[in-house]
Design a protein around this ligand. Structure first.
Ligand SMILES: Nc1ncnc2c1ncn2[C@@H]1O[C@H](COP(=O)(O)OP(=O)(O)OP(=O)(O)O)[C@@H](O)[C@H]1O
Length: 234
């Protein structure tokens, strides 16, 4: 589904991503771990097309997408849940959700814009809050809204940047369960940046990043204590 080869990215003269190779197969959940500032968000932004690399190839669904604009990548099925959620505070929950339809391009319904029932099955709390302002929701509810908004665009590959950051433990489990159900019910692939070990273990495979390079990878059922201590904060 996603195959990144030899990716190098610079902010000005700062070499941020170094020869990154990473693969996410169809229907697979892959987790990217690493300490603050190692380049995880930068890698996600390269995948969605907000940043462009100096070297390397990003293959998505069998074709190189380096030259695609960000909106073309979204229409091709790459969904993104940004760190910090980026809910629009002065729009209602429903309006925030409908923004997600933009990723469908001309496949978006012209007239009757509705929220699919699957969204409410995954995130029941949103159903009761459709007319509330996005800014009035708790952090956990906003995170659920941010994931739901990305799903409105029917992605084939969903990128999640630290979805449990700053979220209370009971909601973390709700978010974990929702992500697992999304994969089970839709068969999409997920690339997750995450710090919570419990959530990391839900993934099939992990990549560990240090100073912009991938320094370890493997199946998550073989995550060693050394890897956990070196690359996870919690
Ligand atoms: N706009 C920018 N201009 C210059 N350097 C930047 C910019 N944004 C990020 N960086 C630097 O790039 C490096 C990687 O940042 P990035 O946000 O990708 O790390 P991260 O692993 O996602 O960390 P975190 O978990 O804190 O978000 C950091 O050293 C950061 O200071």
């Amino acid at each position: 589904m996603l195959k990144i080869s030899g990716l190098n990215f610079y902010y000005g003269e700062s070499h941020i991503l170094r020869d990154v190779d990473l693969t996410v197969s169809r229907g697979q959940m892959v987790c990217l771990i690493g300490r603050n500032g190692v380049g995880k968000t930068t890698l996600l932004k390269n995948i969605i097309g907000l940043l462009s690399s100096r070297e390397g190839v990003i293959n998505y669904d069998g074709q190189p997408i380096n030259a695609f604009t960000a909106d073309r990548r979204a229409r091709a099925g790459i969904g993104y849940v940004p760190q910090g959620r980026e809910i629009i505070p002065r729009l209602s929950v429903k309006e925030n959700l409908l923004i997600g339809l933009e990723a469908l391009g001309n496949r978006a319904p012209k007239a009757k814009k509705e929220i699919p029932e699957l969204i409410f099955e995954l995130f029941p709390v949103l159903k009761t809050m459709l007319s509330r302002m996005g800014g009035d929701l708790s952090g956990g509810q906003q995170q659920q809204l941010s994931i739901a908004r990305a799903l409105m665009g029917q992605p084939q590959l969903l990128l999640l940047d630290e979805p449990t950051e700053g979220i209370q433990p009971s909601i973390i489990l709700d978010i974990e369960n929702a992500v697992r159900r999304i994969i089970e019910t839709t068969g999409i692939s997920v690339l997750l940046v995450e710090q919570h070990l419990h959530f990391v273990r839900q993934a099939d495979y992990y990549y560990a990043m240090q100073k912009g390079g991938i320094v370890a990878s493997g199946s998550t059922d073989q995550l060693s204590n050394d890897v956990i201590q070196e690359f996870l904060a919690v």
